[in-house]
Design a protein around this ligand. Structure first.
Ligand code: KG4
Ligand code: ZN
Length: 334
């Protein structure tokens, strides 16, 4: 079964062809960071316009690289939320048009479910397991009982972890996206030069909060401007260590609370090497197993949407019934 996945929820126009749920034939991503970087964040109107410009080219590349034709596709899977509404609508309406024109079944996929299932592109993990989705818009801890069965255990009460990486990078004069730049700078810095605060909230809470840490970094940078303070590398390393420590600790707490010993970390921030190493070590110290999708499947991509769409279609087969009524939802919940 050939699935064409389509992802346009934010600032990446992506298309992928997936065979039988886990054989990836192509994975094309057109990222818009050159458009948004000078504004210090994503400009929704520009994102939507760029998706319109790119979506057919990206689909064409994905088909060509998979050596298949649009008519060979058995199922279309498209992100229907959460995300920027103008961006989501470009992908959804493109998919609807193809579906209507060729009669190809279409399933709408929750972007977070795509992140949660990205690991299945590479490895079939046994259910149930704990999953942390850590991206620019979300920091959510789930208990994953099966495909389509997710229990939210905790989430951020303010900024997402990726958002705090982006904001701290901006304070240090770097363009969006800031996560990879912080990771690079941190290699040169000393994380112990200054201890930034860790917010664990209530003792048993699996929620997160990163806005206090962000403010603390801001205050530190402002205060140090007039004196000889830490290097940018030290600040990046200290900040990154604070985020990584909280994420790792809460993953272990979630495993203890749920009595589970398998962990998957996914989403854009899961591309971060320091986070991967810290979680892997915390898990192995507790006798737990952990997995991380390859970085290209952590950040936004359409292979994960094809993978989640394939599982959804296998379990429901309700794809054509509501084709024309299918809508995008900016704040879609999982
Ligand atoms: O999953 P993603 O591509 O898009 C969303 O669904 O949000 O995640 C993007 C986020 C951005 O905040 C970006 O700075 C962060 O992931 N990110 C990283 C790294 N690579 C991407 N954060 C820390 N370290 C990285 N290496
Ligand atoms: Zn994402």
């Amino acid at each position: 079964m050939l699935v064409l996945g389509l992802e346009t929820s934010c600032d990446d126009t992506a298309a992928a062809v997936l065979q039988d749920g886990n054989k990836l034939l192509s994975n094309i991503i057109n990222d818009q960071s050159n458009i948004h970087s000078k504004y210090g964040g994503i400009v929704p109107e520009l994102a939507g316009r760029s998706h319109i410009d790119q979506v057919h080219k990206v689909i064409g590349c994905a088909l060509e690289s998979a050596k298949v034709k649009l008519r060979d596709i058995d199922l279309l899977a498209v992100t229907v939320g959460p995300g920027l509404i103008g961006s989501l609508l470009v992908g959804l309406n493109t998919a609807k048009g193809i579906s209507y024109g060729l009669g190809t079944p279409l399933v709408g996929v929750n972007h977070l479910e795509g992140h949660l299932l990205a690991i299945f592109l590479q490895k079939q993990i046994k259910f149930p397991f704990i999953s942390l989705v850590v991206s620019g818009g979300h920091t959510d801890l789930y208990r994953v009982n099966n495909f389509g069965q997710y229990k939210l255990l905790g989430r951020t009460r303010d900024d997402a972890a990726g958002e705090s990486f982006d904001k701290v990078a901006k304070m240090l004069g770097h363009k969006y996206p800031g996560g990879p730049k912080i990771e690079k700078m941190a290699v040169e810095g000393d994380a112990k030069a200054h201890k930034f605060p860790r917010s664990y909230l209530e003792k048993t809470s699996l929620d997160f909060s990163f806005s206090g840490l962000k403010t603390s970094v801001k205050n530190y940078i402002d205060k140090m401007q007039s004196s000889n303070g830490l290097s940018d590398g030290d600040i990046a390393a200290g900040f990154q260590e604070a985020v990584v420590e909280v994420l790792s600790r809460k993953i272990i707490m979630a495993c203890e609370q749920e009595g589970l010993s398998r962990v998957v970390v996914t989403g854009g921030v899961a591309a971060n090497g320091a986070l991967r190493r810290a979680v892997a070590s915390a898990c192995s110290n507790s006798g737990y197993e952990s997995w991380f999708p390859d970085p290209v499947f952590c950040t936004d991509n359409a292979a994960m949407i094809a993978c989640a769409g394939y599982q959804k279609y296998k379990s429901s087969h309700d794809s054509k019934a509501d084709l024309l009524n299918m809508d995008a939802t900016a704040n879609l919940l999982l």
